[in-house]
Design a protein around this ligand. Structure first.
Ligand code: NAP
Length: 311
């Protein structure tokens, strides 16, 4: 029986059994084994989420890694990444929809001042509050990939004016396509709500820094569900409450966010614990099982990562 290495950080111990049961529905010819199993070195494929990569790289029979999330920065941003390995990822429409729901929730709460009404209720105040008219709002999404394009389409269907930044020009009816540094600057200078849905690569790391925050209009909303390292956290803090009226963050440089981190005390920052679009074993299992099967038979599954680009 072929061995497949399994490691998923911060999940219950029996997560391996859950994956095993769901995967076996689609493909049976393998055995999932833990990183510390004596047989781990025999594995040709690894299913990983935030694994200690230095340990993984010791297994010389390994040929392919499948990310158990849609991002792959936890695998290839490792300094010691071995380019002889192929990397694949999950691309699950369920996750894109979950992200879209979370972004819509965040934006509607923001423009209709949900928190303001909750506070009024505590004080038994019955009066209308100012709100931002959706017709006048420009939403910029950075990263129009498998997730960003679903978010853009759904926001557009709610009547929002959406702009999207990507490396390549897009031809979607539901957004204005922006690319290159001119496109980036156009969005950063003109949008009222900024949403980061980029992959973390050498080109996008710390992209939201002092220089770029300072180009934003006064009083914007900034949402980050990409990765914590897309922003310079101290720069966000210095602009929060002035340029950045509200920041809604689902990802952080260090996760879990340390209890001493200044974000916790900042009333202009809303913290979510990396839950905007979690991997769903039920919906992802079929494609992961299929990828294992194809690799075992010497074929190339979909969703292969371009290691030069980093996504
Ligand atoms: P994807 O399909 O790979 O799309 C990436 C997008 O970013 C593409 O539009 C790409 O442009 C653009 N891009 C990449 N590098 C760029 C650069 N240097 N300049 C301009 N645009 C660039 O990724 P995805 O599946 O949508 O996922 C995006 C990210 O979301 C993941 O990598 C992960 O970090 C994050 N995520 C977070 C959660 C969560 O729970 N918070 C869950 C899932 C994923 P092109 O279209 O031109 O290639």
């Amino acid at each position: 029986m072929k061995k497949v290495l399994f490691y998923q950080k911060d999940t219950p111990k029996n997560q391996i059994d859950l994956w095993n049961n769901k995967l076996k529905k689609w493909y049976k010819d393998f055995k999932l084994i833990r990183l510390d199993d004596p047989e781990a070195s025999e594995a040709m494929i690894a299913l990983l989420w935030k694994a200690p990569m230095d340990q993984v790289f010791k297994f010389k029979n390994l040929e392919a890694i499948i990310s158990l999330g849609q991002g792959v920065d936890h695998i290839i941003n490792d300094m010691n990444f071995n380019n002889n390995l192929s990397v694949y990822r999950i691309v699950d429409p369920y996750m894109a929809k979950s992200m879209s729901h979370w972004v819509i929730l965040s934006i509607l709460n923001y423009i209709r001042d949900y928190d303001g009404y909750r506070n009024q209720q505590i004080k038994k105040i019955y009066k209308s509050r100012n709100f931002l008219d959706f017709k006048n709002i420009k939403i910029g999404i950075y990263g129009i990939g498998q997730i960003g394009k679903v978010v853009a389409k759904d926001l557009n269907s709610l009547g929002f004016n959406v702009l999207g930044w990507s490396r390549s020009q897009k031809n979607y009816k539901f957004l204005k396509s922006c690319y290159s540094s001119d496109g980036f600057n156009h969005m950063i200078e003109n949008c009222d709500i900024h949403i980061c849905l980029l992959p973390l690569t050498r080109d996008t790391r710390k992209i939201f820094d002092k220089e770029n925050f300072s180009k934003m209009k006064k009083g914007v909303c900034f949402i980050n569900a990409g990765r914590g390292d897309h922003i310079v956290e101290k720069d966000l803090i210095s602009f929060s409450g002035s340029k950045i009226k509200l920041a809604i963050l689902d990802v952080f440089g260090e996760e879990p966010l340390p209890k001493t981190h200044p974000f916790w005390e900042n009333k202009n920052i809303i913290i979510w614990p990396h839950v905007s679009a979690e991997t769903n074993v039920e919906t992802a299992a079929k494609q992961v099982a299929n990828a294992i099967k194809l690799i075992h038979s010497g074929e190339t599954p979909d969703n292969k990562i371009n290691l030069d680009l980093g996504y």
